[in-house]
Design a protein around this ligand. Structure first.
Ligand SMILES: Nc1ncnc2c1ncn2[C@@H]1O[C@H](COP(=O)(O)OP(=O)(O)OP(=O)(O)O)[C@@H](O)[C@H]1O
Ligand SMILES: [Mg+2]
Length: 256
């Protein structure tokens, strides 16, 4: 189970949740995406509308009013399901503030998912608050998208501190799965500098695959489609396919 987290907004968490999960599902994995952001971008990016009043959501999981099976929804991609987001997530922290288990609620709700899915991705909101902490408690590892821009590494030290704190207090298993450089622009020297900088600080935690800045990736969600269904040959989709392969190869190497 992987949390897609970075407190910085707009770095590619949701784009990665949508397109990496799609690529892994198309390679035969069974995948679940949990949309834990009240913005609901992963939900709408898969073409689900949030208007349906009966829709069971990740808020229901946190409140433990519904089981995972009642909250999973199919997507247009075979083997890929999503737990949609809800605007109610905005108030979840206040509502659950008195609960002693408030940080482990998602973990409990998703307990059975590890045996049923090859990959579970939790798309976190851009904050290190209650929702992201629930994700970091539930997850085995965190995948950090980092935008190739000047201040990219600055926020990372704060995130690393939070991970260390979560490890001592809430989830000793938590590791960093990898750091993904997004919106890479090969015509721009700055992008190249950020890549070198990230590699020298984080070593082999940085994925070899770079996600290029690609307008098709940003257009696809407005059509309610992952890039694979919008323009499968676009550079952005091909990069997410390559990333899926890199992740699968690393996992095989680890388990053999
Ligand atoms: N590789 C890319 N090329 C071009 N546009 C991209 C790329 N990745 C993401 N975008 C666009 O950048 C914006 C932010 O991306 P995204 O929503 O994935 O980030 P996020 O980290 O989930 O944001 P938030 O913190 O608000 O949840 C979106 O409009 C998205 O379509
Ligand atoms: Mg997002």
């Amino acid at each position: 189970m992987l949390a897609l987290a970075n407190q910085k907004g707009g770095v590619g968490k949701t784009t990665t949740a949508i397109n990496l999960s799609t690529a892994l599902a198309l390679k035969g994995c069974s995948v679940l995406v949990v949309d834990l952001d009240s913005q609901g971008n992963a939900t709408t990016g898969f073409g689900l509308t949030r208007q349906e009043p009966s829709l069971a959501t990740s808020y229901d999981l946190l409140c433990r009013t519904k089981e995972l099976d009642a909250c999973r929804k199919a997507t247009a991609i075979p083997r890929l399901e999503i737990v949609p987001s809800s605007l109610d997530l905005v108030g979840a922290e206040v509502e659950l503030a008195q609960q002693e288990d408030r940080f482990t609620r998602l973990k409990k709700a998703l307990e059975q998912s590890d045996s049923r899915f090859d990959y579970v991705f939790i798309d976190c909101p851009p904050a290190l608050g209650f929702l992201t902490l629930n994700a970091l408690c539930a997850a085995d590892a965190i995948l950090v998208p980092l935008q190739c821009e000047f201040f990219a590494l600055e926020g990372l030290s704060h995130l690393l501190k939070t991970i260390a704190r979560v490890r001592t207090k809430l989830n000793p298993r938590l590791t960093i799965e990898g750091v993904l450089l997004t919106m890479y622009d090969q015509r721009n020297n700055l992008s190249e500098m950020i890549v070198e900088d990230a590699r020298s600080h984080l070593g082999d935690k940085v994925y070899k695959t770079l996600i290029p800045r690609n307008v098709r990736l940003s257009e696809a969600p407005s059509h309610g489609k992952p890039a694979h269904l919008y323009d499968s040959q676009c550079a952005g989709n091909l990069a997410y396919e390559k990333l899926a392969l890199e992740i699968l190869t690393a996992r095989t190497a680890k388990t053999s």
